[in-house]
Design a protein around this ligand. Structure first.
Ligand SMILES: NC(=O)c1ccc[n+]([C@@H]2O[C@H](COP(=O)([O-])OP(=O)(O)OC[C@H]3O[C@@H](n4cnc5c(N)ncnc54)[C@H](OP(=O)(O)O)[C@@H]3O)[C@@H](O)[C@H]2O)c1
Length: 329
């Protein structure tokens, strides 16, 4: 049998268990050119909140009754294509289900001999590539630049900050709570960290970046982005990667400091990782090289069981994850 999580209704405001439904059905059988994959790891990502919405976005959303979208890493159990054989580990877009049939030509085989297969959903996958291309292509880091990144302990933010250190920047993280801030400072080796939940964010930010900021990698939007606009230097860059503080909100946040973009000639650019899909190989090679050399640290936050995926996504949107959020299937 195949178990899958489908969208039961579109949320307005916070995501809740009633927005999901578990369905069981007969296991599918592959046709010519296809393979049957048993999923082992499901990636949970903030973009999934957007796909549950009816609002227009950069990709079509999930309809009610459809399986929730998502990337998985799994094992081929039956192959009707010469390019893959039973036992191969593959990266798929099969979504929130225990197994599924996919065209062999649409799957990427992953090498799980040197790193755990789950890394291809995190540091060597979409989040790592977002950090790689967003920072290097839009941020254009230079030796001595001050780089600030929000959601700094997370899948994207932790890689951005460490790549910033490799590029010779002074790196400041923004994260919520002592445990995450200690990790960012002591384990990831950032130069400073600001706990935005400590009650005096603007003051602590000023202390952490007294001379202003050359690059802000924004993962959160909302009041943190507004405060950051007030700290940017002349000809600085802002990478708008994610607005997680607004994903559950019914109204968009009202920004007050947009004047800074004009006065400081800030270059502010939105990014979507798949704009660089033709160059993913280059990004993975770069990330894998730093990982192998011990220059990148990485942390996962794992919950067990497909039935707990809704709870995992709800927690991720509230910051309950500590590192890349995965579901072990
Ligand atoms: N544009 C792209 O192509 C692309 C690709 C991947 C990801 N993204 C975006 O990048 C961001 C990070 O994604 P990720 O996968 O790396 O997730 P993540 O950072 O591993 O997890 C999300 C983190 O966001 C923080 N957060 C949640 N609510 C917040 C709030 N109201 N204010 C401030 N921080 C809040 C929490 O950390 P704290 O506990 O520290 O608050 C939480 O742990 C998301 O906005 C996501 O949509 C964009």
């Amino acid at each position: 049998m195949n178990r899958k999580v489908v969208l039961a209704s579109h949320p307005e405001g916070a995501v809740a268990p009633e927005h999901f439904r578990i369905v069981e059905e007969a296991a599918p059988t592959p046709g010519e050119g296809e393979v049957l994959v048993r999923n082992e790891w499901l990636s949970l990502d903030p973009y999934m909140r957007g796909r549950m919405s009816t609002a227009k976005s950069y990709v079509k959303g999930v309809d009610v009754g459809e399986v929730m979208v998502g990337q998985t890493v799994g094992e081929v159990v039956e192959s009707k294509d010469a390019s893959l054989k039973a036992g191969d580990k593959v990266l798929t877009s099969l979504g929130w289900q225990s197994m599924g049939v996919a065209k062999a030509s649409e799957l990427n085989k992953v090498d799980a001999s040197r790193v755990p297969a789950s890394y291809y959903l995190g540091i060597l996958g979409m989040p790592g590539l977002t950090a790689w291309f967003g920072l290097h292509e839009i941020g254009q880091p230079k030796q001595g630049d001050t780089l600030v990144v929000s959601a700094a302990s997370g899948a994207v933010g932790s890689v951005v900050g460490q790549l910033g250190k490799i590029a010779g920047c002074r790196v400041v993280g923004i994260a919520g709570g002592k445990a995450k801030c200690d990790y960012v400072l002591n384990e990831l080796g950032f130069d400073a960290v600001v706990d935005y939940k400590a009650g005096k964010f603007e003051e602590d930010l000023r202390t952490a970046v007294p001379k202003g900021v050359d690059i802000y990698f924004d993962n959160v939007g909302g009041p943190i982005l507004d405060a950051m606009l007030g700290r940017m230097r002349l000809f600085s860059r802002i990478i708008v990667c994610g607005l997680i503080s607004e994903y559950d909100a019914k109204e968009p946040y009202g920004y007050k400091k947009l004047r800074s973009i004009l006065v400081n000639r800030i270059k502010m650019q939105g990014m979507i990782v798949f704009d660089w899909k033709d160059r993913y190989g280059e990004g993975i090679k770069g990330l894998a090289g730093h990982l192998a050399a011990g220059r990148l640290k990485y942390r996962e936050s794992v919950i067990e069981g497909l039935e707990n995926a809704p709870r995992g996504l709800m927690g991720l949107l509230k910051g309950e994850n500590f590192g890349k959020q995965l579901v072990k299937l």
